[in-house]
Design a protein around this ligand. Structure first.
Ligand code: DX5
Ligand code: ZN
Length: 223
């Protein structure tokens, strides 16, 4: 992994030409972010197991699955079997987060915990301990839709988590999701994010590969 990586969110791709879009970022990117929404936790529906399974068959990218669903425990196995590499659930959607992490890891996958911008930052402090989890996903918009604006308070949240992860010696990846584009990517990275999710700023562009390359260049990464 470079110091910074992008995880382009497929939500903004053209699903009629989905592999064309995935192929266009593949020379530059290592991750692909997959947003699963259930119409309950968030007021929207997106993709599920069959789409991820198909993408897995045709792509070697690291599949970064973001579950925005109310009963994640019922769907860990199907999303693991579909070929996800990282499975991230929302802290607001479970009473047993540590069991979920164990379930994900027992299936040989990396586990992530995500936090809604309206949830107090302290809620996920226990997961900043060394070894507690593999990825922390800070939502910088209210989950549910692509193309929203970055919530400025997310920057302080990222800095706080970065500091705590470093103090604890945790190597969990700090990721940020929502409103990341050429104007905000540097701010989130400087605050401590290492894996930057970007949907409309990559797949919403005419040439997603070049858009990803431009974001990497702003982060100081070269090819
Ligand atoms: C929103 C999703 C995001 C979304 C980001 O709920 O979790 O991953 O695709 O889209 P942009 O980058 O356009 O804000
Ligand atoms: Zn997402």
């Amino acid at each position: 992994m470079r110091k910074y990586e992008l995880s382009p969110s497929l939500l903004s791709a053209d699903f009629g030409y989905v592999m064309r879009d995935v192929d266009s970022i593949t020379p530059y990117c290592k991750f692909l972010h997959l947003d699963v929404m259930d119409g309950h936790y968030v007021p929207n529906l997106t993709i599920g197991v069959p789409v991820i399974k198909s993408i897995r068959r045709h792509s070697g990218l690291i599949l970064d699955t973001h579950l925005m669903i109310t009963n994640p425990e019922e769907f860990i196995k199907p999303f693991a079997d579909a070929g996800s590499d990282y499975i991230t659930f929302h802290i607001e959607c479970t009473d047993k987060p540590f069991e979920l992490i164990e379930q994900i890891r027992a299936l040989g996958k990396k586990a992530g915990v995500s936090i809604h911008p309206d949830t107090p930052a302290e809620k996920i402090y226990p997961f900043l301990e060394k070894g507690a989890v593999d990825l922390i996903l800070v939502m910088s918009v209210r989950p549910g839709f692509g193309g929203q604006s970055y919530i400025p308070e997310s920057t302080a949240r990222l800095s706080d988590y970065r500091k705590r992860l470093d103090e604890n010696g945790s190597d969990a990846i700090l990721s940020v999701d929502g409103g990341i584009n050429v104007s905000t990517v540097k701010e989130a990275a400087d605050a401590g994010a290492r894996l930057l999710v970007a949907g409309s700023a990559v797949f919403g562009k005419e040439d997603p590969g070049l858009a990803a390359k431009a974001l990497y260049e702003l982060l100081g990464e070269t090819f």
